[in-house]
Design a protein. Structure first.
Ligand code: FES
Ligand code: FES
Length: 170
């Protein structure tokens, strides 16, 4: 067997993974090269996680992995084994919008919406650490998220409004 054949054989080996996605246990066998974003979109059918660049630049693919925002195009699915993953589909509960969704709606924090899932999930992590972020805090936290439409003003307002809604609800 040639060295090339050995590498091909290794690449084709499937690895079992088990993750919790939006509160549901999911198990699958994946190629080691499969990106987390492709696992989420293609294997799980959760297409609210977007692909804007595939090179870790835009943030459209951001999900929460154990409550930490991660660009899922920059991570292999096997690296998420055992993790709790939250995608945008997991935010609404029983017909009730999550406060971050409510706030983006109230403050018109989106236009085309392509960047919005990543914006919201990253904002949730920010608000968990800092419930009353300043304008600069929000802009710093969202500096890895690119929006081509809004000019960011209303996104910042939406994140701050979400912090208020969360305090009112707690
Ligand atoms: S698709 Fe992942 S950062 Fe752009
Ligand atoms: S709303 Fe269109 S990219 Fe942000």
């Amino acid at each position: 067997m040639t060295e090339l054949a050995t590498h091909t054989e290794v690449a084709a080996t499937l690895h079992p993974i088990a993750v919790t996605v939006n509160g549901q246990d999911r198990a699958a066998a994946v190629e080691p090269r499969m990106l987390l974003v492709h696992f989420i979109r293609e294997s799980l059918g959760l297409t609210g996680t977007h692909i804007g660049c595939d090179t870790s630049g835009c943030g459209a693919c951001t999900v929460l992995v154990n409550d930490v925002p991660m660009k899922s195009c920059a991570m292999f699915a096997v690296q998420a084994n055992g993790a709790e993953i939250t995608t945008v589909e997991g935010l609404e509960r029983g017909g009730q919008l999550h406060p971050i969704q409510q706030a983006f709606s109230e403050e018109h924090g989106l236009q085309c919406g392509f960047c919005t899932p990543g914006m919201m999930l990253t904002s949730i992590a920010l608000l968990a650490e800092n419930p009353s972020p300043s304008n600069e805090d929000v802009r710093w936290a969202l500096s890895g998220q690119i929006c081509r439409c809004t000019g960011y003003q209303n996104i910042v307002k939406a994140v701050q409004r979400a912090g208020e809604l969360m305090k009112e609800g707690s």
